[in-house]
Design a protein around this ligand. Structure first.
Ligand code: HEM
Length: 542
């Protein structure tokens, strides 16, 4: 019996690898995979009971058989990945090619941006960072993945909202193109004309909150301040609703939950199946639970907005999606509602965090290099800061914002893609079809081959010193092409208006005793950048 058992178990292990797991994706079928193995175990045990002398012998045989099955399965996978995989000849950490656990382990501290940079320095511009994953650190990388000529599709990460989805989280390119129209309209120039005065109202309220800190003689925790702002702007623009963070001078509980929920993704941003394991099997613990709570909060907001749709007069983004939904006569089933509307809300709520991270970095750089603050103050001296067009034309101001977005992009890594049927060539190297590819923005935007003194903050590279930009294609904080951030105009409007409004009235400096390294030391990469604490003093200008 023993040799038959060993041979059968080993054969099953090989069949599972070569017949099943090597083909396609399984991150959304984890329950089925576990159930399939459970059925296999029960059936085997039943058969073993028939041919064994006792239950103990059958149980022992099952244990041995399972061990052989899993050992064969994993050995077969390992041998394939090391010796036969189409990516086997790419440079990269050997263990990364063997298992994605290598990456997860090294990104446990949510510093994937730092890890990616080290990998780039050690292995070059096209590196194998996972069994079926190539990371591209070439200046052309972001454009290759998302630019007009790209034939890539989105990778497994975009299944994160399943069973919910949205126009932007769908991996179906046609659906993405069709459904992105509503997004573009909801953030169009006309919509922006509606939103701007309302954003200004939030910005003014924020400055009022800072006035109070100044009156009380207290330093300002910029991370909290910008959390209030970005969440309230998101409420205003998306749901036409005041979430009251600024009014209450208190971070909204949903924002805090969101921060923790995103913390879940720091180490596993590029390893979707681990997140899906959490959702499938332990939705009640820690950050997995918080993720579920965040999703529930977003759904609730959308449902509330849906109920008050008829009496809502002020336009907001949700209104566009509800109108789209209502125009779908006959196609308004639960599944559709969930797919396109709940997922949409979640995307926007998360998107609001990007602006927050950009703001925190802007304040940090203005404190660190006050000469740029003074230069901006000179530029805005005779400008109406409520005039968005005028602000958009100020050269040094916009150069500072762009330099911040380059050196600390709010979307630092992630945004993975799959190569199309013809693969892709980068830096003379062919990447085969069906390969996961990433182009980490943090690393690409710090390439010396694209930006001279890439690690230095030099806003003049965007104005009077263009020779410091050697390859403009590397600047893609909002990505490119049909996947470019549709919130770009809104984000710039917020960044310009609020920064200008504050610098008109205040000088900003680091609070006494604050260690400026804190922001960088504690910076985390969790879908969006999460900078460490920044404490500032706002001092009224003479
Ligand atoms: C400084 C602020 C921001 C930065 C740097 C930024 C950056 C990005 C990047 C890099 C992407 C591509 C992500 C991917 O491929 O998965 C993206 C997509 C997106 N962003 Fe932003 N974003 C910002 C603000 C916003 C805001 C304020 C909104 C909305 C209110 C927004 C809405 C979106 C949406 C809907 C997408 C998905 C586009 C698509 O897949 O078609 N973003 N953003």
């Amino acid at each position: 019996m023993s040799s038959t058992l060993v041979a059968t178990a080993a054969l099953l292990g090989l069949v599972a690898h070569h017949g099943v797991f090597i083909r396609g994706e399984y991150h959304l079928k984890l329950r089925q995979v576990v159930a399939g193995h459970a059925v296999l175990a029960v059936t085997s045990y039943y058969l073993l009971c028939h041919i064994s002398q006792s239950f103990i012998e059958a149980s022992f045989a099952l244990l041995i058989g399972s061990s052989i099955y899993f050992t064969t399965l994993f050995t077969s996978i390992a041998i394939y990945r090391i010796f036969f995989h189409p990516l086997r000849n790419f440079p990269g950490p050997k263990l990364a090619g063997l298992s994605k656990f290598w990456h997860v382990y090294h990104a446990l501290d949510s510093r994937n941006y730092r890890l990616q940079r080290e990998i780039n320095k050690k292995y070059g511009s096209v590196v194998r960072t996972g069994p079926n994953e190539i990371s591209i650190y070439h200046p052309q990388g972001i454009e290759l993945l998302d630019g007009p000529k790209s034939t890539t599709t989105k990778d497994a990460f975009y299944d994160i909202l399943r069973p919910n989805s949205s126009a932007i989280f769908t991996r179906d390119e046609k659906e993405h193109t069709d459904r992105r129209k509503t997004w573009t309209q909801s953030l169009s120039q006309r919509s922006m004309d509606e939103f701007r005065p309302r954003i200004a109202k939030v910005s003014l309220a924020l400055r009022g909150a800072v006035d109070k800190f100044v009156d009380e003689g207290k330093p300002v925790d910029v991370n909290d301040l910008m959390a209030w702002y970005s969440f309230d702007v998101m409420g205003e623009v998306v749901f036409g609703q005041d979430f009251g963070s600024i009014k209450n001078r208190k971070t909204h509980p949903a924002f805090i939950i969101q921060e923790h929920a995103l913390g879940l993704l720091g180490p596993i941003l590029d390893t979707q199946w681990i997140a899906q394991m959490g959702f499938a099997f332990v939705p009640f613990i820690g950050n997995v639970k918080r993720w579920m709570t965040m999703v529930a909060f977003c759904k609730e907001q959308m449902a509330n907005r849906f109920r008050r749709h008829e009496e809502t007069k002020t336009p907001d983004m949700a209104g566009w999606f509800i109108n789209e939904f209502k125009a779908l006569n006959g196609n308004t089933n639960e599944d559709y509602l969930s797919k396109h509307f709940h997922g949409t809300t979640i995307s926007v709520v998360v998107a609001s965090d990007t602006t927050r991270s950009a703001f925190i970095a802007i304040w940090w750089y203005l404190c660190q290099y006050p000469e740029h603050m003074h230069k901006i103050q000179e530029e805005i001296e005779n400008v109406d800061v409520m005039d968005a067009n005028a602000l958009a034309l100020l050269p040094h101001f916009n150069a500072v914002i762009n330099e911040v977005l380059r050196i600390m992009p709010p979307a630092m890594t992630g945004n993975g893609r799959m190569t199309g049927p013809n693969g892709m060539t980068v830096d003379g190297q062919f990447i085969p079809p069906g390969t996961k590819v990433t182009a980490p923005k943090y690393v690409i935007m710090r390439q010396e081959s694209a930006f001279e003194h890439a690690d230095d903050f030099i806003p003049e590279r965007w104005t009077s010193r263009p020779e410091l930009v050697k390859d403009r294609r590397a600047f893609g904080p909002f990505s490119f092409g049909h996947r470019q951030c549709p919130g770009k105009v809104l984000a710039y409007a917020e960044l310009r208006l609020t920064t200008a409004l504050f610098l008109k009235k205040y000088n900003v400096s680091f609070a006494e005793g604050y260690d400026p390294d804190t922001m960088w030391r504690d910076l985390k990469d969790q879908v969006t950048a999460q900078p460490g604490k920044v404490l500032c003093n706002f001092t009224p200008r003479d």
